[in-house]
Design a protein. Structure first.
Length: 478
């Protein structure tokens, strides 16, 4: 928007162009920031709200990867080093791998899981392994940000989970992406792994441009309620590499399409480049002194099932949407003949498009050959046993719910079977109600007060109910 105003000044075309852009890029009027720069020179091609402070969410993990890989490059750490999942790491909110405390994982596998699945627990594992603690690593992140000239960035944690002090901007993220390309070319592959396979599960990179948009070769997505959907993306075409930053999109689908649109314009050669005013370099963009916009009310208003995750479960596939996103059309940038129509980026981002061979990740020390095959088999077996256990519990639930009265009328001749029934009922959604039924019913059924044998029955049936109570509480902890 700023670019159009500066290009057209007060001419009548200005109002036509702004209206056309509003139709072509729905949502620009809402809280959103974006930026496109040349990777090698840092020259700014397009910018809007590029220096507005913003909550980074999981694009924070680009800095986590940078600090970790700098330690590897400088010999202070190795990719083969084994790190331990701590209770702090295991307690992180999703998205995460969900490993139990004490699980071992290599630096290489933790990096892959963090960058592809956006695993918050793996970010903490790396932070503790490199900086000794989350606070120690956050200090390293802030020192690195200052050294790189990221004057608007402050870090509190390594994964981008909500924290008031965790702030960045599109400008700073572009500077960071350039630093990764410049300083860590031998480790840059972590920024564009198409997918990971852990045991039987395959997870595609949340960055939908990877493997779909021609030339896409990095970086990372992010989402929390306060920030909206963020994306730092890079692509190379004909030897020219661009970095696009999109902050505050309404969905994972929208941020991918917006980034693709921006990259298309950046790569486009219209013959009108001499008309484009110089926006300077990304480092010279003037910061805006403001409070980061909080999009919580807009993004997490109860319409999303899992708002605090980067997996974007609520977005529909582009193919099901007729290949369009948010009113996307194939009209040109100005719709006034100033630029040739660009293709629909959504057509390049179909959800069922093959994204490439997944990288195999696993728990435990570094392995290869037969050892790697055995490690994958072990992780697969654990997944199968957990799934089978859940299936068995689920299969018992309907029976337990259907037989409370039968359990009440049984005699004391088979006392060893009584504890099993309350245990199944405790596994249901309402354990207190389930435990109350067997206790209440015998009282109404035991009308003859003269029989000592039947009077003893409620005590016997109550005993299994009390002994069964701790078991449902212990299951979630395990």
């Amino acid at each position: 928007m700023q670019f159009i105003r500066s290009l057209l000044g007060n001419s009548p075309l200005k109002f036509i162009a702004v209206a056309a852009l509003a139709l072509t890029l729905p949502g620009i009027a809402r809280a959103e920031a974006w930026l496109v720069v040349e990777a090698d020179t840092g020259r700014v091609l397009q910018a809007d709200n590029a220096t507005m402070p913003w909550y980074p969410a999981s694009v924070t993990k680009i800095m986590t990867a940078y600090v970790t890989l700098k330690a590897v490059k400088e010999g202070r750490l190795s990719l083969e080093r084994t790190l331990t999942v701590s209770p702090v790491a295991a307690s992180q909110s999703p998205s995460k791998m969900g490993f139990r405390p004490g699980t071992l994982v290599t630096v290489e596998n933790a990096l892959a899981m963090m960058m592809v699945k956006s695993a918050n627990d793996m970010a903490v594992v790396l932070a503790e392994g490199v900086g000794g603690s989350v606070d120690g690593f956050s200090a390293m992140m802030n020192q690195t940000a200052q050294r790189l000239g990221m004057t608007q960035s402050t870090y509190v944690n390594p994964n981008g989970l909500p924290a008031d002090g965790q702030v960045t901007s599109a400008r700073d993220l572009a500077i960071l992406a350039r630093a990764v390309i410049r300083d860590l070319p031998e480790y840059e592959y972590f920024m564009h792994i198409p997918a990971i396979r852990f045991g039987r599960r395959t997870t595609a990179n949340f960055n939908r441009l990877i493997g779909r948009y021609p030339g896409a070769d990095g970086f990372k997505t992010g989402f929390i309620c306060a920030s909206g959907y963020n994306l730092v993306a890079s692509a190379t075409r004909n030897g020219k590499r661009l970095i696009a930053v999109v902050l505050g999109s309404s969905s994972g689908q929208a941020r991918a399409v917006r980034a693709a649109q921006l990259l298309e314009r950046g790569f486009g050669n219209t013959g009108l480049s001499w008309l484009r005013p110089s926006l300077g370099s990304v480092d010279s963009l003037a910061p805006i002194d403001a409070t980061p916009p909080n999009l919580r009310e807009e993004m997490c208003n109860g319409k999303r099932r899992r708002p605090a995750t980067d997996e974007d479960s609520d977005s529909v596939t582009l193919a099901a949407n007729g290949g369009a996103s948010g009113g996307e059309t194939g009209v040109s940038f100005f719709t006034a003949g100033l630029q040739a129509p660009m293709p629909k980026p959504s057509e390049l981002l179909l959800a069922d498009y093959p994204v490439g061979e997944p990288m195999v990740v696993y728990t435990g020390p570094k392995k290869s050959g037969a050892g790697l095959i055995a490690a994958v088999a072990t992780d697969s077996e654990k997944q199968t046993s957990r799934r089978g256990k859940r299936s068995r519990v689920a299969a018992k639930k309907p029976d337990g719910a259907a037989e409370p009265k039968a359990a009440e009328t049984r005699t004391a001749a088979r006392p060893e079977q009584k504890p099993a029934k309350p245990k199944v009922q405790h596994a249901l959604a309402k354990p207190e109600a389930a435990a109350a039924k067997p206790a209440d019913k015998p009282a109404t059924a035991a009308k003859p007060a003269a029989k000592p044998a039947t009077a003893a029955k409620p005590a016997a049936s109550a005993k299994p109910a009390s002994t069964a109570k701790p078991k449902p509480e212990a299951k979630p902890a395990g």
